[in-house]
Design a protein around this ligand. Sequence first.
Ligand code: G6P
Length: 365
Amino acid sequence: VEVDLGPYQHYMQKEIFEQPRAVADTLGHAEFADLSLFGAKQADWKNIDSVLILACGTSYYAASTAKYWIEDIAGISTQVEIASEYRYRKTVPNPRSLVVVVSQSGETADTLAALRHAQALGHQETLAVCNVATSAMVRETKYQFLTHAGTEIGVASTKAFTTQLVGLYLLALTLAKNKNCLTSEQERIAFNRLRHLPAAIHAVLALEPQIIAWSEAFAQCENALFLGRGLHYPIALEGALKLKEISYIHAEAYPAGELKHGPLALVTEQMPVVTVAPNDALLEKLKSNMQEVKARGGKLFVFADSDTQISAEEGIHVIRMPEHYGDLSPILHVIPLQLLAYHTACARGTDVDKPRNLAKSVTVE
Ligand code: G6P
């Protein structure tokens, strides 16, 4: 596919900057948490008592974020599984589960096989959250939600991820409403926040110069650690994945509470520790995890919200996000991590859009 790069250096950078548009298009005219968003009818999901989400790669991290949303907002038990694991193990199928496949391409061999495996086990309620309308997963599922990211060319997924998150958040709201546990006031507030999301993303993209300054230090490293908690743990995982995919720096993500169970042994002055630190209920816990890193001479690179009391000092670098965004905060916090990976890779001179050994869509096992 030939797409004009415009002012950008790579497709990945262009796609990162397209996210306000991609998110707006994915939301479309949606104003209510309606089953019709998924091509479902009122009666369809009345027996759903749990959700099983199957995916690979970046789509798996979108799925992992969705687990937090669906359990929190809809109170429905949710399991997330890597497609290549699910398809080969003996599971205990629950016919009342909604089986969701999340995939940019809709053609990933393991995810498609996992869907077919679930169907063979008797699962009939299947939903695809997908970016390609003509794909196999869209054809083979009962319900569909199309993300409108547009063609994604960079191998490292960016706009597909944030639009998947929009679709999955709408799913959490819809499941909640379907169970009568979403008030119309909560629904109205959630949709207002969704509508304002493109503008909020735009403000985050303006942090690029500060992130470029950090990327110069990152380009010198061979290892990095990413920390997050709760909803932002999958975002830390996605940030580490982006960095390893395109800059070839070894990166790992941990839920910050696990630090003392292993990764703290790796922390030295040479180890940058990226911390996703939104102003949520877990912030105080996260701050004490940060102290544990600092006490061992680790260098913290913190993405904090504007209203958090985290300030830059010796060994602590801080970039402030423009605003705290509640439940939707993961959609904003992933963006500086995409930019950090992108600019670090550029500083190292790698082939950003076509990283070695990786493919955009893995259609063979
Ligand atoms: C490949 C791509 C990733 C993508 C994954 C899953 O590994 O390089 O960017 O996240 O496949 O692809 P899917 O199309 O199923 O989302």
